[in-house]
Design a protein around this ligand. Sequence first.
Ligand SMILES: CC(C)(COP(=O)(O)OP(=O)(O)OC[C@H]1O[C@@H](n2cnc3c(N)ncnc32)[C@H](O)[C@@H]1OP(=O)(O)O)[C@@H](O)C(=O)NCCC(=O)NCCS
Length: 160
Amino acid sequence: MSAVGVTIRPARLEDVGAVVALERGVAEAPHWAEREYGAMVESSAGEGVRRCLLVAESGGELAGFAVGRAIGREEVSGELESVAVATGARRAGTGRALCEAVIAWSRGQGADAVELEVRSANHGAIALYERLGFVRVGMRKGYYREPADDAVLMRIDVRG
Ligand SMILES: CC(C)(COP(=O)(O)OP(=O)(O)OC[C@H]1O[C@@H](n2cnc3c(N)ncnc32)[C@H](O)[C@@H]1OP(=O)(O)O)[C@@H](O)C(=O)NCCC(=O)NCCS
């Protein structure tokens, strides 16, 4: 999958350092330890909770990444946990391509829907998710700290 010269692919262990460096510069993204990203790369299909770490690469550089999670065997729930694009690479379709790749991965894991939560003040991300077809399904008051914010819950059905 590509968006203007961008390749989306599963992360390898050697990508983790660059993913962490990008993540540390993106305040809106959830922050995880390097070893947690490493565990996502090694997450296997046999586990109850599966994660995917996808990267967007442009000219050999990391342009962005996304994290998906799938839980359950009979009824699988999919979640888009994080998406972040380098400041200089934004508004070129990379965020959209990363989200679409997480949706495709979730469908492949057997999910009927993909859910996410996002800060209510994060208008750019909400616009991206709405453009992708996510709809608002709820709100969690005071869910976020530093700075305090509500979480908007969004969902997209991924089965026909
Ligand atoms: C949100 C984010 C991932 C979007 O990445 P991106 O590569 O710039 O997004 P795209 O270029 O694929 O945008 C696709 C569409 O989404 C919408 N959109 C994306 N960013 C937007 C913004 N800042 N304001 C308004 N609409 C926006 C637009 O409709 C856009 O299409 P257009 O450029 O043709 O108008 C990026 O801004 C980012 O990394 N933000 C910080 C991290 C974050 O907030 N992540 C979400 C919470 S984990």
